[in-house]
Each structure stands twice: as structure tokens, then as C-alpha cells.
Design a protein around this ligand. Structure first.
Ligand code: NAD
Length: 426
């Protein structure tokens, strides 16, 4: 699970543009391009349903703390609402709105039969005991279960929530409705979770890389890459890139950054951190400042930490040919323009990190069928969906001379509008 440190870079991002403003900016460009009228601009921007609940929980200090929990269902025209639940002290309704809307466009770009949602609780998960997180989770589920369901709204893990949190959610829901594994995804394998789900977001980033590499003249086996944020997404992306023969020449997490031109072994680093070691104490690499990490000359940069880490203040130092956005909204619009002007091929979050929700969809399908697929089957199907998404977006971008980000948003918004029209909503 993620730590709750508040990095300097994120503060800079908040000053430049909020998460909600970033998503709105790209949404508006897509709406303009599709020439949708203003009444529809409002319909497809605003959320279908926003629920805020009170979560009072007695913590180990003997006091009852009152947290706020949110579940926002942004758009369900294409299917049940789908999106993660985040525990972080800075969670607020605007951030959840932004992430819910991003999920609507992401599921549409991947062509999944889902809508978009997001949830969050403003609890400092990094400072709480597991028993306290369990109490918050059960209380939250109790308050929001009325709007959830396997054909209504299906939560998943996000920052500071994991398979264990999903197991508690499923268990709590089951007390009221009977055993319902399809109520959430990202569950433990022992509780009808899916093989391959844990690695899926990182693996999806690598499928995108393989599609894009020939377009920018890169050979995967000879590529060098840098990863910002060595958590679930970053470490799996790195390990799978390495399987292709690519070399990791720089990496960071919340504790610091390291580099080595000879290469940092992604599996050994994951094991070192898994054993409680600090990234900056990994043998054979040079400790550098997090700011210098982005300036390392490499073929591929994978931001996989938090939102807004690539901003106007550092985008110019970036020295790579391709950026694959593992994190959500890691690049501010001004930084995006700088990268575009430098000729960097940016694969945006709305498609690059869709692997997680695609594997969640597979988990849901398996749960609905009470059947289990092999990891190989999951990975192969994931590859098929990710490749198709890349090709669909690429074709659209080429057709209208757009960036991949603008192409993806245009395609995503268009698909949601089409489904809404077919239902007779607009
Ligand atoms: P995680 O908590 O497992 O990992 C986050 C990593 O970022 C940790 O290693 C942490 O130390 C590091 N980090 C935090 N602050 C940093 C800083 N200032 N500089 C460098 N590293 C820093 O989280 P995750 O699940 O890997 O998610 C990472 C990002 O990917 C988030 O933006 C999340 O919304 C997005 N995402 C995750 C998934 C998924 O399936 N896990 C799917 C889609 C998008």
C-alpha cells in the first residue's frame, strides 16, 4: 500500500492546476472537437450521483474520529459504474469527481461495458492500524451498499487500499446480500480474485510500449527506461519491461531516487523493498535527487507515482523519447505542451494505465460466471484489449492530427454520448 507522504512536487501541481481542472481541460477540448452543444457539455461533465457519508470510528487513541466518505457515480450509460476507492487524508469531493470522470473516459477508450465511478475516504491510512482500516472499510461499505451491486456499481482498490480492503468490503456486503464476489474487484486470489490482476496495470503499460515502440523507432530489447514511483504500477511495469530486455537506468519512490547506467535489476529491487530495504540503499546504484531523475537521458519515462509530478517547472528537463503515464494525471496540460513541442511521444493515463480496470473487468466476468481463468488467459486477453485501445486511439489521432491524449478523450466522450443517445437519454 502507498505511503501518505505529501511530496513537494504535488504541492507544485496543486498550485498550477487541480486534478479536476486537468480532466475538465481535456474533456472540454473533446467536446469542442465533437461540436456537442452546451447542454450536453453539462450533462456529460456532471456526475449522475454523488454520495457523501459520515464514518465515525473509534481509534486506538480512545477517541471517535469522524471521517468523510465519498462515492461518486459519474456516468453509467455504457454499463455498471466502475472505479477504485482511495484512502488518503487529502481526499476531497473534487478529487473524487475528477477521478470518477476519468474512469468514464478510460472504460470507454478500452471499450469495456462499464461506466465510471470513484470513491474515497479522507483517512490517514498510512498512520492507522489494520484493525482501524478494517473498521473504516466496514462502516463505509455499510453506508454506501445501497447504491452498489454487481450490476450497479463495482468498487476496486486504489491508493492505500488493497486486496485485503476489498475482502472486507465483499464480506460486509455479503452479510446483507449473501455471498457476492462480483461486488468488487482486486480481491485476494483466495476470495475469487483474478490471477494477473495485481500485475495488470504495469503489464498494460508494457503492452502500450510494445505497440508504440516501432512508431518511434525503438527496439524493446535495447530500450532504456526510468520509473518514477516503485509501487504496484511502477514495479510491475519495470519487471515486465526487463523481461523484454529493456534496462532500467533510474528509479524513485517516496524515499528518494537512484540511477545506474549499467542498469538496476527490477526484480532484485522489488525484492529488496519487499524485504523492508530502502530504495536509496539498493547496492550498486548512485543516489540522486528526485528532480534529477526526470533529467536522465533514456528512451522511456514511466511516471507511476502521484498526479501532477510532471509540471511546467520540470517538463523542460525531461530527456526521453516516450512517456507512458502509469499514474493518473501525472502531467499538467502546460507540461504536456512542453513535451509535445520537444517531440516526446506521450501515451496518456486514460489509455496507458487502463490495464487495471481491464483486469478488473475480467475478474468481474469470472465472478459472474463463478469460473476461474488461468493467468496466461488473463494476460493474453489483457494484451488484446490494450492493443486494440492503442490502435483505436492512434487511428483517431492520426485521422484528425491530434495528440494521443486528445484522440483518446475524443473517442471516449464520443462512445459515451453514443451509448446515451441509444438509450434515449439525450
Ligand atoms: P502504490 O501506492 O503501490 O505506489 C506508489 C509509489 O509512488 C510508491 O512507491 C511511493 O513510494 C511512490 N511515491 C510517492 N510519492 C512519490 C514521490 N514524490 N516521488 C516518487 N515516488 C513517489 O500505488 P499504485 O497502485 O502503484 O498507483 C500509482 C499511480 O497509478 C496512482 O496515480 C494511481 O492512481 C495510478 N493507477 C493505479 C492503478 C492500479 O491498478 N494500482 C491503476 C490505474 C492507475
Amino acid at each position: 500500500m502507498a505511503t501518505t507522504e505529501k511530496p513537494r512536487e504535488e504541492t507544485a501541481r496543486k498550485a498550477e492546476m487541480s486534478n479536476l481542472d486537468i480532466v475538465r481541460y481535456y474533456y472540454d477540448r473533446a467536446v469542442d472537437r465533437l461540436e456537442l452543444p452546451d447542454d450536453l457539455r453539462t450533462v456529460f461533465w456532471s456526475s449522475y450521483r454523488e454520495v457523501t457519508v459520515q464514518i465515525p470510528v473509534k481509534l486506538s487513541d480512545g477517541k471517535t474520529h469522524t471521517f468523510s466518505g465519498y462515492r461518486i457515480q459519474h456516468n453509467g450509460a455504457r454499463g455498471p459504474y466502475k472505479g477504485g476507492i482511495r484512502y488518503h487524508p487529502e481526499v476531497d469531493i473534487d478529487e473524487v469527481r475528477a477521478l470518477a470522470s476519468l474512469m468514464t473516459w478510460k472504460t470507454a477508450v478500452a471499450n469495456l461495458p462499464f461506466g465510471g465511478a470513484k470513491g474515497g475516504v479522507n483517512a490517514p491510512a498510512g498512520d492507522l492500524a489494520r484493525s482501524e482500516i478494517q473498521a473504516i472499510t466496514r462502516s463505509f461499505m455499510n453506508k454506501i451498499e445501497k447504491i452498489l451491486g454487481p450490476t450497479r456499481d463495482i468498487p476496486a482498490p486504489d491508493v492505500n487500499t488493497d486486496a485485503q480492503v476489498m475482502a472486507w468490503m465483499m464480506d460486509e456486503y455479503g452479510k446483507l446480500h449473501g455471498h457476492t464476489p462480483a461486488i468488487c474487484t482486486g480481491k485476494p486470489i483466495a476470495l475469487e480474485g483474478s490471477y494477473g490482476r495485481e500485475q495488470a496495470t504495469g503489464r498494460g503499460c508494457v503492452y502500450m510500449f510494445r505497440e508504440a515502440a516501432p512508431q518511434v523507432g525503438l527496439t524493446p530489447a535495447e530500450a532504456t527506461f526510468v520509473v518514477q514511483g516503485y509501487g504496484n504500477v511502477g514495479s510491475w511495469a519495470a519487471r515486465i519491461m526487463q523481461q523484454l530486455g529493456a534496462r532500467m537506468v533510474g528509479v524513485s519512490d517516496a524515499t528518494g531516487a537512484i540511477r545506474s547506467d549499467a542498469g538496476i535489476d527490477a526484480d532484485d529491487l522489488a525484492a529488496h523493498i519487499g524485504d523492508g530495504g530502502k530504495l536509496t540503499e539498493f547496492p550498486g546504484a548512485e543516489v540522486i535527487s528526485p528532480d534529477d531523475l526526470l533529467a536522465i537521458e533514456c528512451d522511456v519515462l514511466i511516471p507511476a507515482a502521484l498526479g501532477g509530478m510532471i509540471h511546467e517547472g520540470n517538463a523542460d528537463r525531461i530527456n526521453c523519447r516516450m512517456v507512458i503515464e502509469g499514474a493518473n494525471s501525472p502531467t499538467t496540460p502546460r507540461a504536456d505542451q512542453v513535451l509535445h513541442d520537444k517531440g516526446v511521444h506521450v501515451i496518456p493515463d486514460v489509455m496507458a494505465n487502463a490495464g487495471g480496470v481491464v483486469a478488473s473487468y475480467f475478474e468481474w466476468v469470472q465472478n459472474m460466471q463463478h469460473f476461474r481463468w488461468s493467468e496466461r488467459e488473463v494476460n493474453d486477453k489483457l494484451g488484446g484489449v490494450m492493443r486494440k485501445a492503442y490502435r483505436d486511439v492512434s487511428a483517431r489521432a492520426k485521422e484528425e492530427t491530434l495528440s494521443l491524449r486528445d484522440g483518446a478523450y475524443t473517442l471516449g466522450v464520443e462512445r459515451v454520448v453514443e451509448a446515451s443517445r441509444a438509450r434515449g437519454y439525450v
